[in-house]
Design a protein around this ligand. Structure first.
Ligand code: ATP
Ligand code: MG
Length: 180
């Protein structure tokens, strides 16, 4: 499985529709300070269901919507879609390609789509359990995160090992079953 593309429109500094395409292998994103490199990583976090404005370096969740510049009107919504190659079927879904997208309007109304069909955030979370992808995963290592892992509580660190070991889905299912 690998990331094939990220599409952004109206997300943070990306007013226009932009498509980043990646090949299997390593890609580096370079650019001057403030040019939007971190915003690309924020887009991936956000589409995977990030609910914390702080994690996205904003004050409120609406801050992800392009806020306009001197020459450009603000956008009415933010949209991000990521497409993953799933030809090895590491994601438990019957498609060789998986696109997850999220859109939020200024009114706060928001939606998630999985291969174009509306879905719940929970469906997306479940699909990514034990893959290291997801907002709790380790596929995005943010600034300061290594320190947090090293100095964190043993229980928090345990979650990372559970994810890597592939047992999160069983634990979650057990918790749900016990609640019923
Ligand atoms: P550095 O090298 O300093 O880490 P960077 O390339 O990672 O920089 P980012 O932090 O990704 O830069 O981008 C910051 C830019 O994004 C700022 O210019 C900021 O004004 C812009 N920005 C963030 N949110 C929005 C928004 N909602 N609307 C418009 N622009 C935004
Ligand atoms: Mg940065």
């Amino acid at each position: 499985m690998f990331l094939k593309s990220i599409e952004v429109q109206g997300f943070k500094s990306f007013a226009n529709k932009i498509l980043f395409e990646f090949n299997d292998g390593i890609t580096g994103i370079v650019g001057p300070n403030g040019s939007g490199k971190s915003n690309v990583a924020d887009a991936v976090r956000w589409v995977l269901g990030e609910q914390s404005a702080k994690q996205l370096r904003g004050a409120s969740m609406q801050d992800v919507i392009f806020s306009g510049t001197q020459n450009r009107k603000p956008q009415g919504y933010a949209y991000v879609a990521i497409t993953l190659d799933n030809s090895d079927h590491s994601l438990p879904i019957d498609y060789d390609e998986v696109t997850v997208s999220r859109r939020v309007y200024r009114s706060g109304e928001s939606e998630y789509l999985l291969n174009g069909a509306a879905c719940r955030l929970r469906d997306i979370n479940e699909m990514f359990y034990d893959t290291g992808i997801g907002k709790e995963g380790y596929s995005i290592i943010g600034q300061g995160q290594i320190d947090k892992i090293l100095s964190g509580k043993p229980e928090d660190r345990r979650e990372l090992f559970d994810e890597a070991a592939g047992i999160v889905k069983f634990k979650k299912r057990k918790n749900i079953a016990q609640k019923k």
